[in-house]
Design a protein around this ligand. Structure first.
Ligand code: GLV
Ligand code: MG
Length: 308
């Protein structure tokens, strides 16, 4: 696991069965991509997709993006072979594994132990490959604190809105759209905030899932804007048309980033000038103290990670 969190504003979903889409993904300006073995790949195509994924990871050309594979969930017969084939074949060129439909912390522990065995057997550094559990049903949400804390490999919690909506019988077929008949607030607020609390409590990132109406960039901006405003670190993208909007939504605005860096400079200067005896400082008409320094660090950290 890296020392400081990596930028995960945009994470591109790529079917592991499509050579064409894997090739196209190399050129897109996303922070992360995942090669999918789960829902985007038909049962009879899974074995071939594993080989294609190993080849694509080893071939390289990913230009600093976080390299991720989504395996199948632990209720299927495919998971162990997904992990063994991909990590034995390309473990040195893989950064994280997304484990879907995690409903209890034991799912994460299973993956942690399996990765450790493969890393030891291959002489790879133990613990480098991270885990991103997807929260996709009511049980996973109820257990989310234990899931976030289940392994030091956990780098991010990922919301799976489509599976989640199905699992709770929500009366809507469009991800992110408020269910007809619910007009007293945002029907997604609780789950987004609950996951965010678990992520922040255990020091991992919080990632919003996909928006399926790929032509509706305004809808994407509205739905992504909500999770970004709460504090989420990024969102999945399914199509090149979604990439720019998501990178923009999850980057701090330039003026906020500049202001945050100014706060940090001013605080540092005033407090060190006072020999560590002063707790607050002024920046123009604004009073800044330790709490404002922390808020500024969040914005500056996100901006620096995004290369601003
Ligand atoms: C993603 O996996 C989702 O279920 O939305
Ligand atoms: Mg899902």
């Amino acid at each position: 696991m890296p020392d400081s969190p990596r930028s995960r504003r945009s994470c591109l979903a790529v079917p592991g069965s499509s050579a064409k889409m894997i090739d196209k993904a190399r050129g897109l300006p996303v922070d992360q991509f995942f090669l999918d073995l789960e829902d985007a790949v038909a049962p009879l195509a899974k074995a071939e997709a594993r080989d294609r994924i190993v080849g694509a990871l080893n071939e390289g050309g990913w230009d600093g993006k976080i390299r991720t594979v989504r395996v199948n969930d632990l209720t299927t017969e495919w998971t162990y072979q997904d992990v063994v084939r991909v990590v034995e074949g390309a473990g040195a060129n893989l950064d994280t594994i997304i484990l879907p439909k995690v409903s209890v912390a034991d799912h994460v522990r299973w993956l942690d132990l399996t990765l450790t065995q493969i890393e030891r057997a291959l002489g790879l550094p133990v613990g480098r490959i991270g885990i991103e559990p997807q929260i996709e049903d009511a049980r996973g949400l109820v257990e989310v604190d234990a899931i976030a804390a289940a392994s030091p490999r956990v780098e991010a919690l990922v919301y799976g809105p489509a599976d989640f909506m199905a699992s709770i019988n929500m009366r809507s077929l469009v991800v992110g759209q408020q269910p007809p008949g619910y007009d007293v607030g945002d029907a997604y607020h609780y789950v987004l905030m609950r996951m965010l609390m678990a992520a922040r409590a255990f020091g991992v990132q919080a990632i919003d899932g996909p928006y399926l109406q790929i032509k509706d960039v305004d809808g994407l901006r509205a739905v992504g804007g909500r999770s970004a405003a709460l504090g989420y670190d990024g969102k999945w993208v399914l199509h090149p048309a979604q990439v720019d909007a998501v990178n923009e939504i999850f980057s701090p605005r330039q003026e906020d980033y500049d202001h945050a860096e100014n706060i940090l400079d001013a605080y540092e200067w005033h407090t060190s000038e006072a020999g560590g005896k002063r707790g607050a400082a002024m920046l123009g008409d604004e009073m800044i103290d330790e709490a404002s320094r922390k808020m500024a660090l969040v914005i500056a950290g996100k901006g620096r990670a995004a290369g601003m």
